[in-house]
Design a binder for this molecule. Structure first.
Ligand SMILES: [Zn+2]
Length: 452
């Protein structure tokens, strides 16, 4: 393909033409999950966004020319806390969550990354990087802790475009009596007897969180590579710290050339948080919604914009796919027209791409075979309509069965309200059923319902 890909680079704070270091091996690293709790809809967004980018890069540079690395953080304070709270061994906990995460990825129709390294499998490389940073005076040891000395790296703050003072003032930085400077961050810390730990020159301990991404990206992609992605919340301190560690340990000026960050997901306009109790886990969604619907909903906003997760969005995505599946047909893989993917080449403009899919659908539904193939190929490019129609219909039916009791219960409640003359309540129940995709009709002596 000859078309140019433009991506918004957080590092330069502008849209840039993407030029890979080596067109035969384009490297992309995306920070993966910390496996301490079931991933939620906020975690699903980068999975789907970077999967779309992965598919696009394959289309541009060739199927086997992309190295996509997404790590698994299986050692972290959050894991230790969660294992104690849930009375599960660390091994058991991380296995359960990792398995569930992989099911989430499959459900969302994400391609497997080229490499999926685990932090615990790279401890020796992390110890080497810390040793190197100490030797070059970019780090210091203090009572079995090793800290990175932020003042030793002049470019610190370049990614978030803030000075050190602004960073300290604007964020929560970890407080510790072992630090010389508030921005310094931990590279290695001692472990209690019962916590996971590895022998090191500084005693038995474990790595700081940021270290693993510096080590694993280098192992699979080299000291300088093309794209680094993640959620907006990772810009500072995580990504800022990755850059500092890697550039200082490798004595390089650049780490990743293009930094891409996706926006937050809110739930009914509220921030999702454990304390409010409005976290939507992907495993919970799996029980009630087809993964294609979630995928389309996540792509409906531009990746840099915030995305609000709500019933209306799910419903709209469901209706769109219902309609689109009307055109489904098993087709041979078709080369997609270059002009179709133009919106994706402009910094992954998925909302515009989806508008284009609607137009292609309209063409396709006129009965022209060529238009249909074009429409289906364009859907597949972003990982939609890859599931055959049978499983799409089966999923709907299985959901219908589950809902039947609920519907009958609600109709009974509504009829009870009508008998008492409480038409306001009756209307509320009708609306609730309608919002759940059920239309009701009052006949002479009974109420009939059907799925819309
Ligand atoms: Zn990372």
């Amino acid at each position: 393909m000859t078309k140019n890909l433009n991506l918004f680079n957080t590092l330069s704070n502008k849209k840039e033409k993407f030029a890979p270091i080596d067109i035969n091996k384009v490297g992309m690293y995306v920070c993966g999950p910390t496996v301490y709790d079931f991933p939620h809809i906020g975690n699903a967004r980068p999975l789907v966004i970077f999967d779309v980018l992965f598919r696009l890069l394959k289309k541009i540079y060739g199927k086997n020319k992309i190295a996509y690395v997404r790590n698994i953080t299986d050692v972290d304070d959050k894991i230790i806390e969660s294992s104690k709270r849930n009375k599960k061994s660390i091994n058991e906990l991380t296995k359960i969550i990792t398995k569930s995460f992989h099911e989430d990825c499959k459900y969302l129709n994400c391609l497997e990354p080229s490499f999926e390294p685990k932090a615990t499998e790279h401890i020796q490389e992390m110890i080497s990087m810390v040793t190197n940073l100490l030797k070059n005076k970019h780090a210091y040891e203090n009572e079995k802790h090793v800290y990175f000395s932020v003042s030793s790296f002049k470019k610190y703050g370049r990614l978030s475009n803030k000075s050190s003072d602004q960073l300290v003032a604007g964020s929560r930085v970890e407080v510790s009596k072992y630090k010389k400077d508030p921005l310094d961050f931990v590279l290695w810390k001692p472990s209690d007897e019962n916590d996971p730990g590895w022998d090191s020159p500084w005693g038995r301990g474990r790595p700081g969180w940021h270290l693993e991404c510096s080590v694993m990206s280098e192992k699979f992609l080299g000291k300088n590579f093309d794209i680094h992605g993640g959620g907006l919340d990772l810009v500072f301190p995580h990504h800022e710290n990755e850059i500092a560690q890697s550039c200082c340990a490798n004595k390089t000026n650049n780490f990743a050339n293009y930094w891409l960050h996706n926006g937050f997901v809110t739930f009914d306009k509220e921030k999702m948080s454990k304390s409010i109790g409005n976290i939507v886990t992907i495993s919970r969604l799996r029980e009630n919604i087809n993964g294609q619907v979630v995928r389309l909903a996540l792509l409906s906003s531009h990746y840099k914009q915030p995305l609000d997760w709500n019933e209306k969005l799910i419903k709209e995505s469901q209706n769109t796919l219902n309609k689109w599946y009307g055109q489904f047909e098993k087709t041979d893989p078709e080369e997609i027209n270059e002009d179709v993917i133009i919106p994706l080449l402009e910094d992954l403009n998925t909302p515009e791409y989806i508008s284009k899919l609607h137009l292609l659908y309209d063409e396709s539904s006129k009965g022209n075979k060529k238009s249909k193939v074009k429409f289906l190929a364009a859907c597949k490019q972003i990982g939609l309509l890859e599931e055959d129609k049978q499983s799409w219909d089966n999923f709907k039916k299985s959901k219908a069965k589950i809902d039947e009791n609920f519907i009958n219960k609600k109709i009974k409640e509504r009829n009870g309200a009508r008998k008492k003359g409480d038409y306001e309540l009756a209307d509320i129940i009708r609306k609730e059923l309608e919002d759940n995709g059920v239309a009701i009709e009052d006949k002479q002596d009974q109420t009939e319902w059907k799925y819309k």
